[in-house]
Design a protein around this ligand. Structure first.
Ligand SMILES: Nc1ncnc2c1ncn2[C@@H]1O[C@H](COP(=O)(O)OP(=O)(O)OP(=O)(O)O)[C@@H](O)[C@H]1O
Ligand SMILES: [Mg+2]
Length: 502
C-alpha cells in the first residue's frame, strides 16, 4: 500500500494493560494496543483470541476489569458507544447491524438524515447524498433498495459506508470483508487507500492473511487474550503471523485428488433450473462422494441456487434430481428427511439460536433421534454434542455455554457441527468458512474431506477461490445466474477462475 506511515507519526489511540473477564473467565490479559495517525493497524488471532472483545471495549460496549484508554494522549471517558462519537471513532462490528426495513441510503446516513427546511426527513436528498457517495466509491447499489433484500456482502458494504458518512478519524473494522468477493475487495482496498490518504487511522480485523499483509502498516497478533507480538511493516511474513497466532505453522492445503469410483452414481443433478430473475438454465451433475465447488461473483446466484435446491426458495422451472429421484417441490422438511443439509450464509438468521447452549444448538436437527420416552436422553445428548463440537474444534468453556457468548468464528463451527449431526448424504455449504481462522479452516476442510471419503457428497458455494481450489475436484462456473462450465481444479489457477467468472 502506498503512503507508508512514518514511525514517528502521532499516536491517536492507546489501549494500555487491558484485562477483561467474563464470569471469571479471563479473555484479555494486560493487552497493549495503539494506533498511529493515518496507519492501518491490523489485529489478527485465532477464533476466540479476544479481538472483538478488545474493540468492544474501545467502543464502550464492554468495560474492562482493568486498564486505560487514551485518545490523543489524554485519558478517554468511554462508558457507552455514544461516547466514542465525540472522539471521532466509528465501528463496524463483526455481527452486522443494519436496519433491514430501511433503504440503503437511510442505513448509510442513519441518525444523520438530510432534512427539509421544515426539519423533516428528506428522503430524496438523503438518497441523492447516498448516490453520490456510492458513485464515488464505485459501488453499484440503488440508494432506494430495501436492505432486507440485499446479500450479506452488500450489507457489509453498507456498514463500511456508514462509517464514511460520519467523517470519522478512526475507523474500526471487525472482519468487514468476510463475504466480499474479489472484485468488491479491490473496491474495499481502494476505499482504505483513500481514507489513509485523508489521514484516517484504521483498525482492521481479518482472518485473510493476504488482505492483512497487503493493507497493514502494523499487525498485532492476539493469542489466548495476550498480545503475542506487534509487527512493523517488513517484519510480518505469513509464517511469522501464523506462528504467532497458532504457536505453530499451518500447511497450505494443496488439493489431493479424491479417488471416486468411475461408476459412482449421480447424487445431485440440476436440469435447466430457473427462477425468474435469480438464475436461468442452471445445469449440474455431481457424483456421490465428490467435493464440487460452485464459483461466481456476488449476485451470480450461488446462494439462490443453494436455497432453491434445499427448498428455502421456490424455482419456476427445471428439475432437481436427488439420487435419481426427481424432487418436484423441494422443501426443507423433505430434504432433511432425504439427508440433505444446507449450511446457510447467514448464521444469525438461519440455523443458529444464540440463546440456546452449544449442546442444544448442535443437536437441534437430531432431537427426534435422542428421544427416550417423552423426554430427551440427556446423557446421549451430552455425549453427542461434546463429540461433534470437539470434532469441529469449538473453543468453549463447555457445551452448556450459550452460543451467543462464543466468538464469531466459533459460532460458525457450531452451525457446521449442527449440520453434521444429521449425517448428511448431500451437504450444501454456502460460504462455509466465513470468519473462521486459518487453523479452524483447515480443520473444517479435513472434516469435509473425511465426510466425502465416507460417501457424503459435498457442494461448496464460495467466493473464496483458494478454498475451492484446495478442496474441490471440480469447480462449476456461474456467471450472471447461468452455469457456463465446469473445470478440473487441478488444471486451473486462481487467475484462470477470476477470468472465467468475471
Ligand atoms: N458476552 C460474552 N460472555 C461470555 N464470554 C464471552 C462474551 N463475549 C466473548 N466471550 C468470550 O471471549 C473470548 C474472546 O472472544 P472474541 O469474540 O473477542 O474473540 P475473537 O478473537 O473476536 O474471535 P473470532 O475470530 O471468532 O471473531 C471467547 O472465548 C468468547 O467465548
Ligand atoms: Mg471476533
Amino acid at each position: 500500500m502506498d503512503g507508508d506511515v512514518k514511525v514517528d507519526s502521532k499516536t491517536i489511540v492507546s489501549m494500555k494493560d487491558i484485562t477483561m473477564s467474563f464470569s471469571g473467565n479471563k479473555v484479555l490479559d494486560a493487552v497493549n494496543f495503539d494506533l498511529r495517525q493515518g496507519e492501518v493497524h491490523s489485529l489478527m488471532g485465532a477464533n476466540g483470541a479476544g479481538k472483538s472483545t478488545l474493540i468492544k471495549i474501545l467502543n464502550g460496549i464492554h468495560h474492562p476489569v482493568s486498564g486505560t484508554i487514551e485518545i490523543d494522549g489524554v485519558p478517554a471517558r468511554i462508558r457507552e458507544p455514544r461516547d466514542t462519537e465525540k472522539y471521532g471513532l466509528a465501528f463496524v462490528h463483526q455481527e452486522l447491524n443494519v436496519c433491514l426495513d430501511m433503504t440503503v441510503a437511510e442505513n448509510m446516513y442513519i441518525g444523520n438524515w438530510a432534512k427539509t427546511k421544515a426539519g423533516v426527513y428528506d428522503k430524496q436528498q438523503t438518497a441523492q447524498n447516498a448516490a453520490a457517495l456510492l458513485q464515488l466509491m464505485g459501488i453499484p447499489l440503488d440508494p432506494y433498495a430495501v436492505v432486507r433484500n440485499l446479500r450479506t456482502a452488500e450489507k457489509q458494504i453498507i456498514e463500511i459506508l456508514k462509517t464514511l458518512t460520519r467523517n470519522a478519524r478512526v475507523i474500526i473494522l471487525d472482519e468487514p470483508t468476510s463475504s466480499l468477493n474479489e472484485r468488491e475487495k479491490e473496491n474495499f482496498f481502494e476505499i482504505i487507500a483513500k481514507l489513509k490518504a485523508r489521514g484516517v487511522s484504521i483498525i482492521f480485523i481479518s482472518h485473510f492473511l493476504e488482505d492483512v499483509m497487503a493493507l497493514s502498516d502494523r499487525v498485532t497478533v492476539l493469542k489466548d487474550g495476550v498480545n503475542n507480538g506487534t509487527f512493523e511493516r517488513g517484519q510480518f511474513t505469513k509464517d511469522a503471523l501464523v506462528t504467532a497466532m497458532m504457536g505453530h505453522s499451518v500447511q497450505n492445503n494443496e488439493y489431493v485428488p479424491l479417488s471416486l469410483p468411475t461408476d459412482a452414481p449421480i447424487a445431485l443433478e440440476l436440469k435447466q433450473l430457473s427462477s425468474d430473475k435469480r438464475f436461468t438454465d442452471v445445469n449440474m451433475q455431481i457424483k456421490a462422494g465428490d467435493i464440487v465447488g460452485v464459483c461466481g461473483l456476488l449476485g451470480a446466484g450461488k446462494t439462490e441456487i443453494a436455497r432453491a435446491i434445499f427448498g428455502l426458495d421456490a424455482f419456476t422451472s427445471g428439475k432437481v434430481i436427488l439420487f435419481g429421484e426427481e424432487i418436484a417441490r423441494p422443501h426443507p422438511d423433505v430434504m432433511i428427511k432425504k439427508h440433505v443439509a444446507l449450511l446457510t450464509e447467514e448464521r444469525k438468521l438461519e440455523g443458529f439460536i444464540p440463546l440456546l447452549s452449544i449442546r442444544e444448538n448442535a443437536t437441534l436437527s437430531i432431537l427426534k433421534r435422542l428421544k427416550k420416552g417423552l423426554t430427551i436422553d440427556r446423557d446421549a445428548q451430552n455425549r453427542f454434542a461434546a463429540d461433534i463440537a470437539g470434532r469441529v474444534t469449538v473453543k468453549m468453556q463447555g457445551i452448556e455455554q450459550p452460543a451467543s457468548s462464543l466468538s464469531g468464528g466459533n459460532q460458525q463451527k457450531v452451525v457446521i457441527a449442527k449440520c453434521f449431526a444429521s449425517n448428511p448424504k448431500l451437504f450444501l455449504l454456502d460460504e462455509p468458512t466465513r470468519g473462521v481462522d486459518v487453523f479452524a479452516k483447515s480443520e473444517i476442510y479435513k472434516i469435509l474431506r473425511k465426510a466425502a471419503e465416507e460417501g457424503t457428497t459435498v457442494v461448496i458455494f464460495s467466493s473464496e477461490m483458494e478454498e475451492l481450489l484446495a478442496n474441490c475436484s471440480k469447480i462449476i462456473i456461474l456467471k450472471k445466474g447461468r452455469t457456463v462450465g465446469m473445470v478440473d481444479s487441478t488444471k486451473v489457477t486462481k487467475n484462470d477462475l477470476m477470468a472465467l467468472i468475471g
